[in-house]
Design a protein around this ligand. Structure first.
Ligand code: WQD
Length: 349
């Protein structure tokens, strides 16, 4: 079986991608120091797949420790690099932490990929590289506008580092730009575990609905959109995960020595914040306690993807609709509550 290194394997998208890779016949190892995630997620992966994934609990900003993982696994067929901090608000408060963590880890991984001649590389990028787009939907050729945060700059810079170095490293690379990943694995064995008060919309909705948060604030309803609230392209995390498996397989069948391609991973449909809340209330049967607050600094008014390229080249077809995204997110929140009641708030398995 082809062995794949997934960095950030206990993270939200990393863990869902590991399940998809295992279900598609790949062998997987992970490197994650649990700085923003829980080791319990590997228990959930094992329950969903029967596979106990080996994780190297190292800091990828430490070159020697990163190099040792490659020395122990000189037969890697590919790398999927998720490991990065991704909280937009935090990145504005602590920019140097974000530039150091997100870029040094990437440089270390790329240096090792070159030294150990790992042929395939998938980079976790984001729609934040587009900033506030002048035209929507955005295609992969839409320009990088000013990033709205240090996090966004680390993704723009990360893409530039890969596009400038893949040839000298002998890499075939895919840059995957996620829109808004939401929901949880249909098995309900893994899902998002926000640390502290969630900044993102869907965990804020589910934590409010279950009573962890007293009420949710809608960050502004006076935008130039159909109902005044911001528009985003919400995409199920399992659809995002499967796109990584397809991107790897695509790279493996390209008979060129070096390549670097970009793909938008969005549903292609934009929903407003208020429409997402309405979908959640319909699916959960719960009335959400929310009020309209001020706009959030750095928010983009509206963005959603043109996903034709991923569909046509990767053969990717997102299968989860908005109701299913809300249903899996809600089921996971209910599961977390049940587990926390049973095991105590720290460990959920
Ligand atoms: C969505 C909308 C908020 C919370 C983030 C990251 C981005 C990418 C996708 C990684 C906005 C509104 C939110 C709340 C609200 N992740 N909202 N009340 O900012 O589009 O993008 O996820 O690559 O990097 O920034 O997602 O979920 O934070 O916000 O009204 O309590 O929901 O204002 O309009 P965002 P989000």
């Amino acid at each position: 079986m082809k062995k794949i290194l997934v960095t950030g394997g206990s993270g939200y998208i990393g863990s869902h991608t590991i399940i998809d890779l295992l279900q598609n016949g790949f062998e997987v190892i992970s490197a994650d120091n649990f700085s923003r995630s829980s080791p319990d997620i590997f228990i959930g992966i094992e329950k969903a797949t029967g596979v106990k994934v080996k994780n190297y609990a190292i800091d990828l900003c430490n070159f020697d420790d990163t190099h040792a993982v490659f020395q122990e696994n000189p037969d890697l067929a590919g790398i999927i690099h998720f490991a990065a901090f991704k909280a937009v608000g935090e990145s504005v408060e602590t920019p140097l932490l974000y530039f150091e963590n997100n870029l040094v880890s990437l440089l270390n991984i790329l240096k090792c990929a070159g030294e150990f001649k790992v042929p395939h590389f998938v980079f976790s990028s984001s729609c934040t590289v587009y900033g506030n787009p002048k035209e929507i939907p955005v295609t992969e050729n839409s320009p990088f506008e000013e990033a709205e945060s240090s996090y966004g700059y680390t993704k723009q810079m990360g893409e530039n580092i890969v596009t400038e170095s893949y040839r000298t490293l002998g890499l075939k690379a895919s840059l995957l730009r996620y829109f808004n990943p939401v929901g949880a694995h249909p098995s309900n064995e893994i899902g998002e575990i926000p640390i502290g008060k969630p900044a993102n919309l869907v965990p804020a909705i589910t934590q409010t609905a279950i009573g962890k948060l007293p009420e949710m604030k809608v960050h502004g309803n006076n935008y130039p959109t159909r109902d005044g609230s911001c528009i985003r392209d919400y995409i199920h995390v399992s659809d995002i995960a499967h796109a990584h498996t397809l991107a790897l397989k695509h790279l493996m069948q390209i008979n060129k020595k070096e390549v670097c391609e970009v793909f938008n991973l969005g549903s292609g449909t934009g929903y407003t914040v208020l429409e997402v809340i309405a979908a959640f209330e319909k699916v959960s049967g719960r009335k959400l306690k929310y009020s309209i607050g001020p706009r959030r600094r750095g928010d983009v008014v509206a963005i959603f993807a043109n996903n034709d390229k991923a569909k046509n080249i990767l053969g990717w077809n997102p299968v989860f609709n908005l109701d299913q995204m809300m249903a899996t997110a809600w089921n996971w929140e209910l599961k977390l509550q049940e587990l926390e009641i049973k095991n105590g708030p720290k460990n959920f398995n």
